[in-house]
Design a protein around this ligand. Structure first.
Ligand code: GTP
Length: 362
């Protein structure tokens, strides 16, 4: 069974691509989702028919203290009774794809084979910044070199920037000559580029939805003990964690806040619009307690970009607020405090208060 790794920078569109694959109904797909923060946001963002899923949160797959965890997960998914055609591993935005390839190539699970790396590139990273500054190569060369397929995502954003598209094309030709490149928006690639499972006419019996939750010990892969503080006492029902991880000479850390409390829309938007230094990615879901609202608001912030998406709460989920912020050199305590300050204990809010979020809501 092929195991395909989907890697790519923070917020580049890996989950979006995975959702696209899952919606195509091609073959039976098992997914392994790895999120950097303690709260596996990507796991609840995956929509569509997943035949089996396993989540590994609390650090990058490539710095698991015990690599056999990945093998154990793959062995379970590769069991004949699972009847899968392919396993897709969605790596955290900070994972090193070369290391993941090495782990899969040296896997002791005999029923799997390494099926290649799909590197999702964020076209937005190639656009000039607000000050007009251009990052000449906003991706690690190594990521370009190990990829079997390069997916340039968010192509829609390049339409008005032919010069950025040109720089991107030239960089790919220079650093990854011969590697196939697909340009797309919202991860809409042809699944047959990745695996050639025949489209099945009828499901071969309903599989039970397997959710294997592997939470590996956060302490094992924490590189900087100074930033580390275990479950901060933030109220009886609230929790907050942070992680640090050292990759490619950058120090990344994440801060997670979880609470049954709703958010104050104005404070949340202010936090997201004026992100603390170094915070590059914020994602999660929020409970917005405004009369008439029975939806969750998914938070998506990447670089200078922010959006909310309204979705029904899953049937088995009570309203909750879960936020994860990821960045380099961030003051984790200050960010944690700022995220907790977005929570509201006021009870139902005046609907006018929602206006702060409306202009970012899709
Ligand atoms: N404009 C535009 N936005 C996109 C496109 N693809 C994805 N997005 C948005 O980009 C945001 C991040 O997408 P995700 O799929 O969550 O990115 P990710 O790589 O899984 O993020 P991490 O797991 O945090 O690294 C979401 O709000 C998407 O809707 C695209 O082609 N164009």
């Amino acid at each position: 069974m092929p195991v395909i790794v989907v890697s790519g920078g923070l917020g580049s569109g890996k989950t979006t691509l995975l959702n696209h694959l899952l919606r195509q109904g091609m073959g039976r797909i098992g997914v392994v989702i790895n999120d950097f923060g303690d709260i596996n946001v990507d796991a609840f963002l995956v929509q569509g028919h997943v035949d089996a899923t396993a989540t590994i949160s609390g650090g990058c797959l490539c710095c698991l203290s015990d690599p056999s965890e990945l093998d154990d997960t793959l062995a379970l998914l590769a069991r004949p009774s699972m009847d899968l055609d392919v396993i897709v591993v969605e790596a955290s935005g900070l994972a090193e794809p070369r290391e993941l390839a090495r782990m899969l190539l040296s896997s002791t699970v005999t029923r799997i084979r390494f099926g290649g790396i799909v590197e999702v590139l964020d076209a937005a990273a190639w656009l000039p910044g607000p000050d007009g500054a251009i990052d000449p190569l906003p991706v690690a060369v190594d990521h370009l070199q190990v990829a079997s397929l390069l997916v340039v995502n968010k192509d829609d954003l390049l339409h008005d920037h032919p010069e950025a598209a040109q720089r991107l094309t030239e960089a790919l030709q220079r650093h990854a000559p011969g590697t196939p490149v697909v340009r797309t928006s919202y991860g809409r690639i042809d699944p047959t580029l990745l695996f050639d499972a025949a489209e099945r006419d009828a499901p071969t019996g309903q599989l039970s939805f397997t959710d294997l939750l592997l939470e590996h010990g956060a302490k094992d892969h924490r590189h900087d003990e100074h930033d580390h503080h275990d479950e901060a006492p933030v109220g009886a029902d609230e929790s907050c964690h942070d992680h640090a991880c050292d990759h490619a000479h950058h120090r990344y850390s994440s801060v997670s806040v979880e609470s049954p409390l709703p958010v104050d829309p104005r404070r949340l938007v202010a936090f997201l619009e004026h992100r603390a230094p170094g915070v590059y990615r914020v994602k999660g879901r929020t409970h917005v307690d405004v009369p008439g609202n029975d939806r969750q608001y998914i938070v998506q912030a990447v670089g200078g970009w922010l959006a909310f998406e309204k979705r029904p709460w899953p049937a088995d989920t009570a309203p909750i607020t879960q936020l994860v912020a990821i960045g380099t050199g961030i003051d984790t305590e200050a960010v944690e405090e700022a995220m907790r300050a977005c929570l509201s204990e006021e009870g139902p809010l005046d609907p006018d208060r929602l206006h702060a979020m409306t202009r970012y809501t899709r």
